[in-house]
Write a protein that binds this ligand. Structure first.
Ligand SMILES: [Zn+2]
Length: 565
């Protein structure tokens, strides 16, 4: 389960941070209408004896054995990309080969390779100069750049930097930005303008922001002074020192950064830029941090800056792990029931109690070994009519990249995937005497949160309930089964990418707990009996879908505003 993110964790966004992202978020939360009809009438039918026998072969002991391996310290928290993640991928592939499950990645392998790219500024080859002084990258300035770039020119200060035609607001009255470098506040709206006034995209309708204005009017670069200056600096510097991988195939040339060079100045650099001007740099900064950008003006004509930024692209490879168990029915084997989990976690990070390895036993080691246990049960039991597709996604924690990649570049036809069952965190349970607030939404030993099962297909929702009633009769908790839920769990794991492409999904999730995204999410804290119950139930649900005469009918579309985050 990925963290709730308000903006993209890229240095670029730290520098370019602006209102639209927050606005989109707000709009989504208010628009998300919850229109779920009541559950379909239940039908009760016994499950086939062979399926039950295969389900009962899924054991807590086996799940524990596998989880203790992939969530061990040796796997280093399975960051994307990392050796620990590659080792886990190999472990999964070796197991699939033993089970004689067919490879369904690239070129007859179990791996769907994904190229990653990280754009990093070379501090030595990057510079910011005033005629009589040079400044250092990382200390005096940071940049948002996806490619090497340079900018030279005289300076203008553009205040808040907005043009809002309907309100007769123009930060550039009397200024010519052509061939200049523009210094501008970021995150400060003109007086009398609210976020609600800025509809649509900058530069396309009634309003422009500094970036679109500068680009259209021939400015050479932008020096942004953010309102939350200190936080952005800390974050920007932290991000500039590490690799910030993106999926190469999702990344436009230049890292999606636009053509304009954008610089974040230090307070000391601002002082030098405004030395001898009508306002001091410290005064400008103080005003912006208080939400007051002040008037625009030209800086002294003789004052020029020369900025040069050298960006190196670093590449890495990672992979989804993909296998297919071919169905037994000549016709139905063309269709697939997809079962997935994410096998990555967040790697090594800030130490807590001297432990810096984020083992990710529950998140999502539990789902990872659950999918493997289902593969074992299916490979050993009676062959289902439809084929079963197993996908272990990478980089879920980075923003669902593995599932986005698989659904954009699928290795089986997407239209033939009849449903996707996603297990992300299925191993923890709340004990009766647990009164900790952090565990208040954790499901109990005989309970699991179920999300999305009825959102697109009434039939799928009904099948899920029928299987559960006929077997362990676990408590299926639908508390989060609502795209408008403030936790937004529906958007926060891999099934979302399948749902967005019209595939009905079921998401199984135990709930957030005290060890969520902490080094203490370790295999000894897992309730293996619960994991066994959930995994068996998901196995039976998948088997019933795989053997049903018809695929689950999609009778409801995701509300439009939800299909596209
Ligand atoms: Zn997570």
């Amino acid at each position: 389960m990925r963290r709730f993110r308000l903006f993209n964790l890229a240095l670029a966004c730290a520098l370019l941070i602006n209102f639209p992202a927050a606005r989109a978020q707000e709009a989504q939360q208010t628009n998300a209408a919850n229109a779920r009809p009541a559950a379909a009438t239940a039908t009760s039918a016994a499950l086939p004896a062979a399926s039950l026998e295969a389900a009962n072969a899924i054991t807590a002991a086996r799940l524990s054995e596998h989880l203790h391996f992939i969530a061990s310290d040796a796997m280093g928290g399975r960051d994307t990309p990392s050796k620990g993640l590659d080792d886990t991928a190999k472990f999964l592939a070796d197991n699939l080969a033993k089970l004689k499950i067919k490879p369904a990645g690239d070129d007859g392998t179990y791996f769907q390779k994904i190229e990653l790219v990280s754009f990093k500024v070379d501090p030595v080859k990057s510079s910011f100069r005033l005629p009589d002084r040079a400044f250092k990258f990382g200390e005096d300035f940071l940049v948002g750049a996806g490619r090497s770039a340079s900018a030279s020119g005289a300076l203008v200060y553009a205040g808040h930097g907005y043009v809002v035609k309907s309100k007769n607001i123009n930060a550039y009255n009397g200024l010519d930005v052509r061939d200049k470098v523009v210094i501008v506040a970021a995150g400060v709206l003109p007086q009398g303008v609210t976020r609600a006034d800025l509809k649509g995209k900058a530069g396309e309708g009634d309003w422009e922001d500094a970036e679109s204005y500068a680009r259209k009017n021939g400015a050479k670069g932008l020096i942004r002074v953010p309102r939350n200056f200190e936080r952005i600096w800390r974050f920007g510097r932290f991000m500039s020192e590490r690799d910030n991988y993106q999926v190469a195939r999702f990344t436009p040339a230049g890292g999606g950064m636009g053509e304009l060079l954008v610089v974040l100045p230090s307070a000391a650099l601002l002082d030098m830029l405004f030395a001898g001007e009508k306002r001091a740099g410290s005064d400008i900064l103080k005003g912006i941090m208080a939400g007051e950008a002040g008037e625009s003006f030209n800086l002294g004509a003789g004052k020029r800056v020369d900025i040069a930024v050298s960006v190196a692209a670093k590449k890495a490879l990672t992979q989804n792990v993909v296998g297919v168990l071919e169905g037994g029915d000549a016709k139905l084997k063309q269709e697939y029931v997809a079962i997935g989990a994410h096998y990555d976690h967040v790697g090594v990070g800030t130490a807590v109690n001297n432990d810096s390895i984020y083992n990710g036993a529950d998140d999502d080691g539990s789902g990872t070994v659950g999918v493997l246990a289902i593969a074992e049960a299916l490979a050993r039991g009676a062959r289902p009519k439809r084929s079963v597709l197993f996908v272990w996604h990478c980089a879920e924690e980075k923003g669902l990249w593995g599932s986005e990649y698989f659904t954009k570049f699928p290795t089986v036809p997407l239209k033939q995937i009849v449903a996707q069952l996603n297990m992300d965190m299925i191993g923890r349970s709340k004990q009766e005497d647990d009164t900790k607030a952090a565990n208040s939404n954790l499901s109990g030993p005989n309970e699991i949160h179920v999300i999305g099962s009825k959102m697109m297909s009434t039939e799928l929702g009904a099948l899920s309930e029928r299987v559960n009633r006929a077997y362990l009769n676990l408590k299926l908790n639908y508390k989060y089964d609502d795209p408008a839920d403030p936790n937004r769990f529906f958007f926060r794991s891999d099934h979302y990418n399948y749902a967005q492409r019209g595939i009905p999904i079921i998401f199984y999730f135990d709930g957030v707990h005290e060890d969520y995204h902490r080094p203490s999410d370790t295999p000894d804290k897992i309730d293996y009996q619960k994991m066994e119950k959930i995994t068996r139930t998901v196995f039976l649900t998948a088997s019933e879908i795989a053997n049903a005469p018809t695929r689950p009918r999609v009778d409801k579309q995701l509300p439009q505003e939800l299909s596209g985050q």
